[in-house]
Design a protein around this ligand. Structure first.
Ligand code: ADP
Ligand code: MG
Length: 880
């Protein structure tokens, strides 16, 4: 059966929108058909009905048009893409079938509506261009990422092995990849892991082509050459990725993208590198357990008052700096704001009145800004002079610079302010936007519309008087427009000139030619006024669009001010100190606190600790101590303090000197990392391997119970060898927390290892955790005490104590320590001697040593051999 013309229109649109679910506008509804309807019924909870209930019913589901945004949000959140097909002409005026067009395609990476976005989080669309000549040994890839809702656009060239880390840093909600790089539909994963929650979108290979990229970038930025952007010849992959992003945005948005006004090269060398596993482990922006923002470092330190500030702070914390001067510039700005309570509070107060200018501007640019959006731009501009006044005449260079960059955009402001009413509606076509006095034509039309209404009232009074019907009423309904209503009891007095239109139970309704004539004027005046308001709104929007660049620069200033104020607020409230930043790889933290626990625990209960590392003070710190003592907390706090210092923040400590780190690594032993379903020893070792292969003398490494994921001896041996390598070969600052107190013997052979342990107080049969890191090695593991605390039955505990005593007897040397090293016998690098694994000399060995082979005949040698063999066979080796 041939499709009806409308269904044909639907099928054409559906063909053009790929795998997106199509929302097809029909009158006051959006409808979905076929499989889309089935999916929508399941995901959105819509009722599945059917169209053409005859032989070939078409599955159908729909909802009223005003619910579009909320259904889109739900669909996107469920990992789908959606396309919207609108009626592009007034159905009342259409001859035949209403014209419809695909107006946009929405996917997680291309959202601009506030309803669909988290104001505090950036929402990036990324593309990865894999090496073009894989077989030539080319191992650099390109990554580009853009945020449609703010206009930010970056591209980077990275080693292919770092793609996953970069994606973890960017955390895009959608990632484009060439079809060619995902060989078949049966291979669902790209050749690198995507962050969880990132949607993969396959694109045709040509959209990743180099020439295509150059052409579309040049066209978009109106440049004859891309040289000025700061990319070099080796950046071709980065540009291919950027081209793919731009191509996808153009195709899906069908709107102006003027707010994406530059492509910024991203150079990771200027930034502190943190790989994906370390990010997760340090809970920088999300917690491990729940994956939520709440409880992360970011959520803890975030005192920003604008969405722009919240996003910029997230950006800073995911991209800490390595440049001393840049870090100090931020520090100086924050420090000045810490000192001035009144200024800081006033500044925050002003910033609270500011709207999300970045995202407002992106909607202006893409032609989706509502009248309300424009009025928010206007209100934001109204707040600016006071913000500027607050930051004039500051000492810190950064504050002075921000002050001078804060463009008040007075012309746009006065234009918007004189034009827009106080509270503008979301809808642009129903009036209620423009102030009286702004446009003479509009005022005239409004007078007419209002005058008409007055006229109706007057007409009613006149007619009542003329007819003598006191309760005669002029009223309005949608069917007849204005009419005169006369109740049945009075209907005899009705003049003959009235034209009857309708009879109701209690009354008759009439019209008159005069009434209709006025009605016409009133109604058209109202409509014409609305139309004119709409046109005025569009031209205002265009004038804002023309100044988008200036406004964007202003938005950037506001975001930075918000972040600096936020850091100052935090520092003041939590008594942070400004760390001294130096180039040398040292760490000196006095009375440091874990930034998150410090806030979460009751005030004053967190026990501060020092950390001294680098040079004479040793490069490797081993921290031993019982479970629950505070080892993990301590080593994390050192990493987090370093990270905070490198974003320019003050830090939770009494004093601190931080040597800039180029990389921070944080690894947790497999069995400690519970939340990660597939946590295996393999993962632990793979991640450790990466540290050993990529750490530099300027890195900071924290290892938490590494080696725990395998058997004890295996684990100790690995941990031992890893520490040796970090100590001897990499020589970087390392904190190693372990409950294997055997490792404390490392200080006997490695000069730069220091032992620390977490103090506990034993009291009768209990242990009390003091959470204080003190020099020296822990002397035992306390696991049994902890088991006791946890409520393991007493008998089990007593039995465990007996077993422990036996084991310790067998495995401890004469000095009462585990037999892991023989002091002083480590002759050269890597030649360690583990007595725990090498058996003590068997008497046979000594005999062998004493044997003078030169004096033996072959036969005697054989006899000796037989004798030795028999002795080894009958006497099983003793351990001590
Ligand atoms: P470990 O790694 O030694 O097993 P954790 O670092 O996980 O111990 O700490 C266990 C608990 O002890 C933490 O959840 C925290 O509540 C508390 N804790 C740790 N360090 C401190 C400290 N410095 N001050 C107060 N409480 C602490
Ligand atoms: Mg721990």
């Amino acid at each position: 059966m041939a499709a009806t013309p409308m269904m044909q229109q639907y099928l054409d649109a559906k063909n053009a929108c790929g795998d997106a679910l199509l929302f097809f506008r029909m009158g006051d509804f959006y409808e979905l058909f076929y499989d889309d309807a089935r999916i929508a019924a399941r995901v959105l909870g819509l009722t599945l009905t059917s169209r053409d209930k005859g032989e070939n019913p078409i599955p159908m589901a729909g909802f009223p048009y005003h619910q579009l945004e909320s259904y889109l949000a739900k669909l996107i959140a469920n990992g789908h893409r959606a396309a919207v097909c609108e009626q592009v002409e007034d159905p009342k005026l259409a001859k035949g079938l209403v014209k419809r067009e695909l107006t946009r395609v929405i996917s997680p990476g291309t959202l601009t509506d506030d309803a669909l976005l988290d104001p505090r989080e950036s929402n990036y669309l990324a593309a990865v261009a894999l090496p073009a000549h894989k077989n030539n040994g080319d191992s650099t890839a390109g990554i580009a990422w853009a945020e449609l809702s703010t206009g930010r656009f970056f591209a980077a060239t990275v080693p292919a092995a770092r793609i996953a880390d970069e994606l973890a840093r960017i955390n895009p909600s959608e990632c484009l990849l060439s079809e060619e790089d995902t060989p078949s539909a049966s291979v669902p994963c790209p050749p690198f892991p995507l962050p969880s929650g990132t949607m993969l979108t396959r694109r045709p290979a040509w959209s990743f082509g180099y020439d295509t990229a150059l052409a579309s970038l040049q066209k978009h930025f109106e440049l004859a050459t891309l040289d000025g952007l700061g990319f070099t010849e080796s950046d071709s992959s980065a540009l291919r990725a950027a081209g793919a992003v731009l191509d996808y945005l153009c195709e899906t948005q069908k709107a102006s993208l003027v707010h994406i006004d530059r492509l910024t090269p991203y150079r990771s060398g200027d930034l502190l590198e943190i790989d994906e596993a370390s990010r997760r482990s340090l809970e920088i922006t999300r917690t491990i357990r729940t994956g939520d923002r709440e409880g992360s470092l970011l959520a803890t330190i975030d005192k920003t008052v604008t969405p722009m500030g919240a996003r910029l702070l997230a950006d800073w914390i995911t991209n800490p700096l390595t440049n001393l001067a840049a870090i100090q510039a931020r520090q100086t700005g924050v420090t000045e704001l810490v000192a001035e309570d009144a200024l800081r509070e006033a500044l925050q107060e002003q910033l609270r009145g500011v709207y999300d200018l970045e995202r407002l501007l992106s909607r202006v640019a893409t032609g989706r800004a509502s009248p309300r959006d424009l009025s928010f731009v206007s209100r934001t501009l109204s707040a600016l002079p006071k913000v500027k006044a607050k930051i004039t005449a500051r000492k810190a260079a950064l504050l002075t610079e921000l002050e001078s960059n804060l463009d008040l955009c007075p012309e746009i402001h006065s234009c918007l302010e004189s034009a827009l009413l106080e509270d503008c509606p979301f809808v642009a076509k129903d009036g209620g936007i423009i102030r009286g006095g702004y446009n003479a034509d509009l005022d005239r039309l409004r007078d007419l519309a209002a005058g008409g209404k007055e006229w109706i009232a007057r007409y009613q009074a006149e007619q009542a008087k003329a007819t003598g019907i006191a309760n005669l009423k002029v009223a309005y309904n949608k069917v007849f427009g204005y009419y005169i209503e006369i109740t049945n009891s009075q209907k005899d007095k009705t003049p003959a000139t009235y034209i009857r239109k309708q009879t109701t139970v209690n009354a008759e309704r009439y019209i008159t030619p005069e009434l209709k004539e006025y009605e016409e004027q009133v109604i058209t005046a109202d409509d014409r006024a609305k139309q004119l308001e709409y046109e005025l709104f569009l031209s205002l929007r265009e004038s804002v669009q023309r100044e988008a660049r200036r406004l964007q620069a202003t938005a950037a200033v506001l975001a930075q001010l918000d972040v600096l104020t936020s850091l100052a607020d935090l520092a003041r409230k939590r008594s942070y100190v400004c760390p001294t930043i130096v180039e040398e790889p040292v760490l000196k933290i006095i009375d440091g606190r874990h930034p998150v626990l410090d806030i979460r625990e009751a005030q004053g209960t967190f026990v501060p600790n020092d950390c001294i590392l680098g040079g004479e003070d040793g490069t490797v710190t081993l921290i031993t101590g019982p479970n629950m003592a505070g080892k993990s907390t301590y080593i994390r706090q050192v990493a987090l303090i370093t990270l905070l210092a490198q974003i320019g923040s003050l830090v939770p400590a009494r004093a601190a000197t931080i040597g800039v780190a180029d990389r921070i690594f944080a690894r947790v032993g497999a069995s400690d990392e519970l939340a990660r379903g597939q946590s295996t020893f393999m993962v632990e070792m793979t991640e450790t391997a990466r540290i050993l292969n990529t750490a530099t003398p300027r890195s900071l490494v924290i290892l938490d119970e590494i080696g725990r994921g395998t058997s004890t001896y295996d684990g100790i041996s690995l941990a031992w060898a890893i520490v040796e390598h970090l100590h001897d070969t990499i020589t970087c600052r390392t904190l190693f927390a372990t409950h294997y107190h055997e490792l404390t013997d490392l200080t006997q052979t490695l000069p730069s290892v220091r032992n620390y342990n977490v103090a506990v107080k034993e009291w009768e049969d209990h242990v009390v955790f003091l959470h204080k890191i003190v020099p020296g090695a822990a002397d035992k593991s306390y696991g049994i005490h902890v088991a006791r605390l946890a409520g393991v039955p007493k008998e089990v505990n007593e039995r465990a104590k007996q077993i422990l005593a036996r084991l310790e007897q067998e495995h401890l040397g004469e000095n009462g320590r585990p037999k892991l090293t023989v002091k002083g016998k480590r002759s050269s690098k890597g030649d360690l001697q583990l007595t725990l694994f090498a058996a003590p000399d068997h008497p046979v060995v000594q005999e062998l040593r004493d044997l003078n082979i030169d004096s033996l005949t072959p036969l005697e040698a054989l006899q000796h051999l037989a004798k030795l063999q028999s002795r080894v066979a009958q006497s099983p080796q003793k351990t001590s």
